[in-house]
Design a protein around this ligand. Structure first.
Ligand code: ADP
Ligand code: AMP
Length: 221
């Protein structure tokens, strides 16, 4: 099952993708996590990516697409993968379809998480992320059991530089201009499922699981 999680920053893609990955056993591939790791390791690719990420700008298509296409060709993606944060532009979506098609594969489902703009800003400015495993928490909506530390792996939590109000405004504008057109693109491919992401984490997760289980039962994926 090859799944893409689509939606604006703060919609809950990472939160939900991690749950689906744990439940179905497919790798969770978050481009944001991959580039944050590369940046913290100081690799040339990571340092290049960091200059874009810190401002909330997109990393150029040719840089991101190559990294993702190499990643999904790895063995652990053989029976499926969960993409989170990719594709984010039409050229990325076209290149992904092309690469999958060349290996006789395709995307099965694109889950579009829909959330009001004011709620997104609240979610992003209160987000705290794990320095190690990529789990995300929220100071009010999803607080960790022990303040400042990850429930899953115990590592320290941090606030992302690009979750400042200034950067959030830029990221939402970029989403509107470059990512939102993907809703129509995947709608035309008939693989889009929009989920109301304005509910609690568990309610959203139940809707997604119900939909994916139903799709599996009917051999859609
Ligand atoms: P994305 O990956 O789409 O940018 P995240 O999954 O990191 O978003 O979620 C953004 C923030 O919102 C995090 O702090 C997360 O804990 C919180 N969050 C996620 N889903 C919900 C929800 N349904 N209700 C309230 N807060 C949520
Ligand atoms: P995320 O963790 O998904 O919010 O991504 C954080 C940042 O990583 C983004 O604001 C971009 O700078 C960069 N990034 C992640 N995925 C992509 C992508 N598919 N295309 C371009 N830039 C990306």
């Amino acid at each position: 099952m090859n799944v893409v999680f689509l939606g604006p920053p703060g919609a809950g893609k990472g939160t939900q993708a991690l749950k689906v990955s744990e439940f179905f056993g497919f790798p969770h591939i978050s481009t944001g996590d991959m580039f944050r790791k590369a940046a913290s390791e100081g690799s040339p690719l990571g340092l290049k990516a960091k200059s874009f990420m810190d401002k909330g700008d997109l990393i150029p298509d040719e840089v991101v697409t190559g990294v993702v296409i190499d990643r999904i060709a790895e063995e652990d993606c053989g029976s499926g993968f969960i993409l989170d944060g990719f594709p984010r532009t039409l050229p990325q979506a076209v290149e992904l379809d092309k690469a999958l098609g060349e290996s006789g594969d395709k995307l099965d489902i694109v889950i579009n998480i829909d959330v009001d703009r004011s709620e997104l800003v609240r979610r992003l400015t209160g987000r705290r992320m794990c320095t190690s495993c990529g789990s995300s928490f929220h100071v009010t909506f999803n607080p960790p059991a022990r303040e400042g530390f990850c429930d899953s792996c115990g590592s320290e939590l941090f606030q992302r530089a690009d979750d400042s109000e200034e950067s959030v405004v830029n990221r939402l504008k970029i989403y509107d201009e470059q990512t939102e057109p993907l809703i129509e693109y995947y709608g035309q491919e008939n693989i889009l499922k929009t989920i109301d992401g304005g509910r609690s984490i568990d309610e959203v997760s139940d809707s997604i699981s119900e939909f994916l289980n139903g799709s599996k039962k009917h051999n859609v994926v």
